[in-house]
Design a protein around this ligand. Structure first.
Ligand SMILES: [Zn+2]
Length: 241
């Protein structure tokens, strides 16, 4: 008797339903497993293509397609690889939030290297406090702009679950921020920070489009607005430090 990785209907809520990576339609299951290592990929009822061919791909292939901003890879990541509301998803989210706040704090200190004063313990503590506060404020306002933009455009009627889905997608799709870790090891020009920001912006646009299924123009507008606000906050912090 073949088994499936998707429980029967009723055991999971709608958010856990996998999607076809080609058309985005919900599918009952992605594959049927006959024995360990012996699976058959299921087809989508709507587009008749294999629902998620990434299941058989190495992680590097998925990562390359994510970097290339393929919508199919984002659907695999957000709907099929990390089920919304699953424990794995929550764990990845919590780790990502902590990592991003740390990296944003590092980015602020990187942009203000010349003006930071770490000569005494007190001034170092004061600088770290300001940098960390700046990173928290920056991320809070960024997410607020995204949600306000969505409410204005998509009329989510203050649906908390939809908000969480969007916030999760934005957080997960900001994975390119991790590239900032390399600037801790190797010396890079300041422009690298801006290049990373542009890649994060484009990744956020794709993720927003995937999770909301709205027009690309709206997603571009909302993400550009939120990232613009983030840049203004960065400049404001630059003057404060
Ligand atoms: Zn399909």
């Amino acid at each position: 008797m073949p088994t499936s990785q998707i429980p029967m209907e009723g055991e999971k809520d709608a958010a856990a339903v996998p999607r076809c990576v080609g058309c985005g339609s919900p599918v009952q299951r992605l594959y049927v497993q006959y024995s360990p290592g012996n699976i058959r990929l299921m087809k989508c009822d709507k587009c008749k293509a294999v629902a998620d061919p990434y299941i058989e791909c190495e992680f590097m292939i998925i990562l390359i397609d994510l970097i290339l901003h393929k919508v199919e890879a984002y659907r695999h990541l957000l709907f099929n690889m990390l089920y919304l509301d699953s424990d794995a998803y929550k764990g990845v989210l919590q780790s990502s939030v902590l990592a991003y706040i740390f990296l944003d704090a590092y980015k602020i200190s990187f942009l203000n290297t010349a003006t930071l004063d770490f000569n005494s313990l007190l001034s170092a503590i004061w600088c770290c406090t300001k940098i960390l506060t700046g990173a928290l404020v920056e991320n809070f306002l960024f997410m607020l702009f995204i949600l306000v933009g969505l409410e204005f455009v998509l009329k989510l009627s203050y649906n908390i679950k939809r908000y969480r889905e969007v916030m999760s997608a934005i957080i997960i799709s900001s994975y390119l921020k991790l590239f900032l870790l390399s600037t801790m090891v190797w010396e890079f020009p300041l422009s690298v920070i801006h290049i990373v920001n542009v890649f994060v912006l484009s990744s956020n646009i794709v993720a927003l489009r995937v999770v909301t299924q709205s027009k690309i123009s709206w997603c571009v507008g909302i993400c550009c607005l939120a990232h613009g606000a983030r840049i203004l906050i960065d400049h404001w912090l630059l003057e404060l430090l």
